[in-house]
Design a binder for this molecule. Structure first.
Ligand SMILES: Cc1cc2nc3c(=O)[nH]c(=O)nc-3n(C[C@H](O)[C@H](O)[C@H](O)COP(=O)(O)O)c2cc1C
Length: 325
């Protein structure tokens, strides 16, 4: 009885200390300073969030003139003082979006506050000139779906694959093709603050996977390995403290689907580890602390025939619950 109690207290304490460690990492890495004071990568994260709200405003059918002036002011201030790479696609897209914002106001009489911002934009224009990159809004057509049933049947045939053709060589271009599709997944404020660490060396993968407890039976024959991590430096404040895992999860599924559609079998591998294990792993493979690992994915060409766990699913009704008012 007493032993059980002590075990419980010990586990609770370890849990508390683990949260403290997560807290310290998040506090060090994320954007929790006053918006006025943020710089570098943090500043880019803020710029992305701000210009994306302008994009959303521009896409609203019945929008007000001079909408989001607070955001415009802060965005332009951050862009004027931004010290990072000015050719960064998001930075240029922010510039493009501002151009569209100001152009829709051209023929109307605007407030002093607006005109002051329009003058600041003229200065930005002098600095950055024209950009070919997209920004603002785009038109989308309702998708006609001739092969709906076929697509559903293909998706139903995806299974986690753990037995790979060890002779088939994967190259970096294969990964780029996979990312080309995977990156089309949704992301909060379109930030996509994600980094995919990869390795295409079977021996190295076996070493990496020694840190992962769910791959013991197949870790020596893994041709491709992805480590899906969120960049905490882009997460903002208290409210976004869990966003890294959400974004990581969305990317995981998008990568799994893209790998599948590009002809690779894959298996998500959990990263349910203690903070000290996480730290040892990052130190061993040179991954900075501000990358929050969601999970790993092993992948490769599927062998001809293999058995996979049955992995039943509950009835779809069991997953849902109506929200009552
Ligand atoms: C977050 C997550 C962690 C997982 N970890 C492991 C793992 O460590 N080892 C493994 O063999 N499979 C792992 N899987 C794969 C699951 O076992 C598998 O997705 C599940 O049984 C459903 O089967 P299916 O993917 O074939 O439909 C993981 C899946 C997810 C989503």
């Amino acid at each position: 009885m007493i032993i059980n109690r002590l075990k419980y207290i010990k586990k609770s304490l370890v849990l508390f200390l683990s949260y403290m460690k997560d807290y310290r990492v998040y506090q060090n890495a994320s954007l929790i300073k006053k918006h006025e004071d943020v710089e570098g990568v943090h500043s880019l994260g803020l710029i992305i969030r701000l210009y994306h709200t302008i994009e959303k405003g521009l896409s609203v059918k019945e929008r007000r003139y001079e909408f989001s002036m607070d955001h415009i002011e802060l965005l332009q201030k951050k862009m004027m003082t931004y010290c990072g790479d000015k050719n960064e696609p998001h930075f240029l897209s922010a510039f493009k979006t501002l151009g569209i914002y100001f152009s829709i106001h051209e023929k109307i009489e605007c407030s002093k506050r607006f005109n002051a911002q329009a003058r600041i934009f003229e200065n930005l224009k002098k600095k950055y000139g024209k950009t070919e990159i997209g920004g603002g809004t785009k038109s989308v057509k309702k998708v006609e779906y001739p092969n709906r049933i076929e697509t559903i049947e293909i998706l139903k045939k995806r299974h986690s694959i753990r037995d790979y053709d060890g002779e088939f060589l994967i190259d970096k271009q294969d990964i780029i093709r996979v990312i080309d599709l995977a990156k089309l997944c949704p992301s909060a404020c379109n930030r996509h603050a994600i980094k995919i660490f990869y390795s295409l060396d079977k021996h190295k993968n076996s070493e990496i996977l020694k840190y992962q407890n769910g791959s013991r039976t197949f870790r020596d024959n893994v041709p491709g390995l992805l480590i899906v991590a969120s960049d905490l430096r882009y997460q903002e404040g208290v409210e976004e403290r869990n966003l890294g895992y959400i974004e990581g999860g969305i990317w995981l599924m998008s990568l799994v689907n893209s790998l599948y559609l590009n002809g690779f079998g894959s298996c998500v591998l959990n990263w349910c580890v203690s903070p000290s294990h996480d730290q040892d792993f990052k130190t061993a493979f040179g991954i900075p602390e501000y990358y929050q690992i969601s999970a790993l994915i092993s992948f490769g060409k599927q062998t001809e025939d293999q058995k996979v766990p049955y992995s039943i699913r509950c009835k779809s009704e069991d997953f849902i619950e109506k929200v009552e008012l």
